[in-house]
Design a protein around this ligand. Structure first.
Ligand code: XMP
Length: 510
């Protein structure tokens, strides 16, 4: 399989670049520039390298630099933004920081005849975001594009197959961005489009059938997309030797536990053990109100329950996990402030010994995981489930968690979801759910005073959940959901809609 290396210099679009390349069915992997040497790059057989952007200036001594030997490795390189400046700098060019040279946003770019710009209009719109720029290209390089403020908007050394663009071909605002990336990966690097879901499935099944022959494999199934796809893939490879443990912590949405058991266990025939651990979790959570403490308790208890269950199964050789590529990349990155102790409930069980851990989806982005699931014939309902936090409804109940509050929230959430789905808004809204506050207020029903809880409806649109917009749900849908909740659910007296985006809020309330 042909591979492109995305050499990451700290740019915000590194993952996007990899996704764009993979969208053309060419495998791309991201490596931090500090974690791979030119020798390793050569040995890995990459067909091409993309240097990403980054927030620095090449003249900062602390900015990322790279071994110039890479330019002579005989592998085609495309530098983007900082990546282009760095390439030019390494090859002996001059980088400047013109006072009025910075460009931000949509900019007209004029390109010249070059393989990188095959089938690209000579005048088009590109996306710029820079202060520094290449002032004098290195020897052997020529200028192949310019903008009004940027004389060297693209440079190249055709003989060595080195290319640099100051703009961002990976963002959709660049009219011919896709064409430029395709020109690089296909015409310049000569890649074949062979990164296909069908091949991935076939190769994985073959690989795990051999690797795990005769072994007992345990997988903690949450019912989320990733662990479900991992389970079905491994089930295809090793059948009943895969044992999935589904810990039902009692913090799931209405009907969810049964749905997971029915789809994965009954319909798809996976060896599935459902552990009903509701009471264990509720006991541990009794009296706890602090969000971080809730998450910690749930995470720890999850591991304990899982361990207890695994002990009953006797010797287990391998632990399987539904880790996906963004998790792998994120865990290799620096330490940003902890806003919430996200994302995976649990961590690794410490009392059980495994020979090894397998992560069959560790190379896939989320959309690739979904495509894999669809090809594996997992029902759409499961593949397109909205994200659900590991700690479940515990972080959607403000204050103490009780059985009664869980029931109230489950019912309110189910009504809201039904109304969103009836209005066919579920395809355009990325996440929608109800939150139960700890606040009660006075109301009137018939001739009686009521004193019920306040439910919050929350719905957001987002690309990546790092930022999110509150969803502009039509009033009549909100009205229907609100009136059904107060009429049908005894104990809820008021319904409000959350109109806060992220930031400053987060998607969840805790
Ligand atoms: P926040 O609240 O951080 O949520 O804006 C962003 C996305 O992450 C989900 N989320 C979690 N997922 N474990 C998870 O697996 C967690 O502890 C967790 N907390 C938040 C949230 O539902 C949203 O999709």
């Amino acid at each position: 399989m042909d591979k492109i290396l995305i050499l990451d210099f700290g740019g915000q679009y590194s993952m996007l670049i990899a996704r764009r390349v993979r969208a053309e069915q060419v495998y791309a992997e991201i490596k931090a520039y500090s974690k791979i040497t030119p020798l390793e790059i050569k040995e890995n057989g990459y067909k091409g390298i993309i240097f990403t952007g980054g927030p620095n200036s090449v003249y900062d001594t602390a900015s990322p630099h790279y071994d110039p030997a890479i330019l002579d490795a005989g592998i085609p390189i495309l530098g983007i933004c900082y990546g282009a400046q760095l390439m030019a700098y390494m090859a002996g060019g001059t980088i400047g920081s013109a006072e009025d040279g910075s460009e931000y946003g949509k900019t007209t770019v004029f390109t010249q005849d070059n393989i990188l710009f095959k089938e690209v209009a000579r005048e088009s719109i590109c996306w710029m975001s820079h202060t520094d720029l290449v002032e004098i290209p290195p020897d052997g390089f020529s200028v192949i594009a310019h903008t009004e403020k940027c004389p060297c908007a693209a440079i190249c050394d055709n003989d060595r197959k080195l290319y640099g663009v100051q703009f961002h071909p990976e963002v959709t605002h660049t009219d011919y961005g896709r064409q430029i990336l395709c020109n690089f990966i296909f015409s310049i690097c000569g890649c074949k489009a062979d990164w296909k879901t069908e091949n991935f499935i076939e190769n994985s099944i073959k690989k795990y059938r051999e690797k795990l022959a005769g072994k007992k494999v345990l997988l903690a199934l949450s019912g989320g997309v990733d662990s479900s796809v991992a389970a079905v893939l491994l089930h295809r490879a090793i059948g009943k030797n895969l044992i999935c443990v589904f810990v039902d912590h009692g913090l799931l949405r209405k009907g969810e536990g049964d749905f997971v058991q029915e789809t994965l266990g009954t319909q798809l025939g996976i060896n599935l053990i459902r552990v009903n651990a509701q009471d264990r979790f509720l006991n541990k959570l009794a009296g706890i109100t602090d969000p971080e403490q809730k998450r910690k308790i749930i995470g720890e208890e999850f591991v304990r329950v899982f361990e207890d269950e695994a002990q009953k199964l006797g010797k287990i050789d391998v632990l399987a996990q539904g880790t996906i590529y963004p998790d792998v990349i994120e865990s290799g990155k620096g330490d940003s402030a902890v806003i919430k102790s996200h994302h995976n409930v649990g961590g690794l069980p410490s009392n059980i010994r495994f020979e090894e851990i397998v992560e069959p989806l560790a190379d896939l982005f989320k959309d690739e995981v979904r495509n894999t699931g669809i090809k594996l014939k997992i029902p759409h309902e499961l593949i397109w489930r909205q994200p659900f936090p590991g700690p479940g409804l515990a972080v959607r109940i403000i204050g103490q968690i009780t059985k009664e509050k869980l029931e109230l929230l489950r019912d309110a959430d189910a009504v809201f979801r039904q109304e969103i789905e009836k209005a066919e808004l579920n395809k355009s809204i990325n996440q929608y759910f109800a939150v139960l506050t700890d606040l009660r207020s006075v109301g009137v029903m018939g001739d009686f005073r009521t004193y019920g809880y306040t439910v919050v409806l929350r719905a957001v649109t987002t690309d990546d959940f790092m930022t999110a917009e509150w969803a502009k749900i039509p009033y009549d849908v909100l009205e229907k959901a609100g009136s059904r909740i107060t009429n049908e659910i005894k104990g809820i007296g008021r319904v409000v809609y959350d109109i806060t985006s992220k930031p400053p809020a987060t998607v969840e309330w805790e």
